[in-house]
Design a protein. Sequence first.
Length: 246
Amino acid sequence: MRQPEIAGLIALRGGYGANYLLDAELSSQLLEPKCVVGFSDLTSLQTYLWQKCGWVTFHGPMVAAGLNRGANDAHGYDEESFLQAVGNARSGWELSLVGQAMVEGQAEGCVLGGCLTLLQTTLGTPWEIDTDGAILVLEDRGIRPYQVDRALMHLKQAGKLRNVRAIVLGEFPDCQPAVNGSPSVRDVCERILRPLGVPVVFGAAVGHTRRAMLTVPLGVRGKLLAQGEGKLQILEPAVEDAAASG
């Protein structure tokens, strides 16, 4: 990250370990923003880069998790949103979330978030996520509905849902209830989030998804339109024109 000739970094894969980087006074070693793309475990690093350095990052595909399956393919990545996110330096743009409006409405705010489990672990750290005024993206995989319930309630009780403007939820694959007939992840999310009275879209193709993964800039202003499949308008560019800035 300290080498000026490197303009961007795409994570190889998720797993675990990104949080170890955060013990190394990383913010004091970073000279200028770079294009950092990834999801899952990278949420720790992306949250740190926003909270401590003000960097815009990208919740999107990694080399072995999305890019390896190709453009616009199942378990691959959405090519249009990827190219717009990392290449559109001139104007805003829009992406279809391919989800379903859980609470209809529209709202503007700073797009932030990532993997639910990793966001929860920022609580109590110096880089604890600040969600005031945010369009909050929350997604995960392989956890039971009761674990999603526990994580959402933790965020709520920590005040992290109090002043959000809107919420985008992923599809939460491999998160079926342990007992047939028990509440699903969607049931849990609706029970906890609907009373907030903010627009909510569930099942967006973000992060852990079986569909072509969307790339979502984190740290830019956006507008969520929670009708039908849901749309997220990115109201400012996430990258600078290299020629203009140079």
